[in-house]
Design a protein around this ligand. Structure first.
Ligand SMILES: [Zn+2]
Length: 233
């Protein structure tokens, strides 16, 4: 099976579905990651030289995180402006996603939840839904939305629907890879009790596991599912 993760920022792919991607790689599925935004330029007070250095560091971190998950290739980075996806015409983001889908031709897609606090997450969710509207001849048969610690649960009543997962993927054996991948993003990790701390991420995985009757899990909301008849042999 071909799997594509479409994330807004470097580290969202790890927070959202890192342990699941690591498990899929171990099960010999073909896994690719695309990151739409550059993740740096919304930080205040950086000179252009500091920005350039921060972008290079983030790119290196994303590559190291991918290796920690066991992926063959570094993420594809599209470089949309950080925390300003809403200033772009939606169609531009949709076209970027459509190009990714044409290139990777995935069957299963992981992406953001439409109700997140972060605007780039919401625009990504909307662009993916638009780009993947059901069409004859397309291979995508399932789209799943992930949760991002410190964005999905902070949305409260502000932006959109609450995250109510129905899919629980057991990751007992690959949670350690997710935490190792997260450690590659030194600038993004936080001390407990921040939701992005290793301890909180482990607690979330245990809670999602318990919800699903599993040991340790990542949870998803089903966005879209299509079941075509098999081609006659
Ligand atoms: Zn993000």
């Amino acid at each position: 099976m071909k799997v594509l993760c479409i994330a807004a920022h470097p580290d969202d792919e790890v927070l959202g579905c890192g342990a699941t991607l690591a498990r899929l790689v171990r099960e010999r599925h073909e896994v690719a990651v695309a990151i739409l935004g550059e993740g740096v330029t919304s930080r205040s007070g950086l000179t252009s030289e500091q920005q350039r250095r921060a972008l290079a560091e983030l790119r290196d971190a994303a590559g190291a995180a991918s290796r920690a998950l066991g992926l063959d290739a570094a993420p594809r980075m599209l470089g949309l402006p950080d925390n300003r996806f809403d200033t772009l015409p939606l169609l531009e983001v949709v076209h970027a996603v459509e190009a990714l889908v044409r290139e990777y031709d995935p069957e299963l897609v992981y992406t953001h939840h439409a109700g997140d606090l972060n605007v780039d997450h919401r625009v990504t969710a909307q662009a993916v839904s638009t780009a993947l509207r059901p069409q004859h001849g397309r291979r995508v048969r399932e789209v799943r939305a992930f949760e991002i610690a410190s964005s999905t649960e902070w949305a409260f009543e502000t932006s959109g629907p609450a995250f109510r997962p129905q899919i629980f993927v057991e990751v007992e054996h690959t949670l350690a890879h997710k935490l190792a991948a997260m450690a590659c993003y030194e600038g993004e990790a936080r001390e407990y009790p921040h939701p992005r701390s290793a301890r909180a991420l482990r607690a979330l995985a245990e809670w999602r596991g318990a919800q699903g009757g599993l040991h340790t899990a990542e949870a998803y909301e089903l966005v879209q599912r299509r079941e075509a008849e098999r081609e006659a042999a």
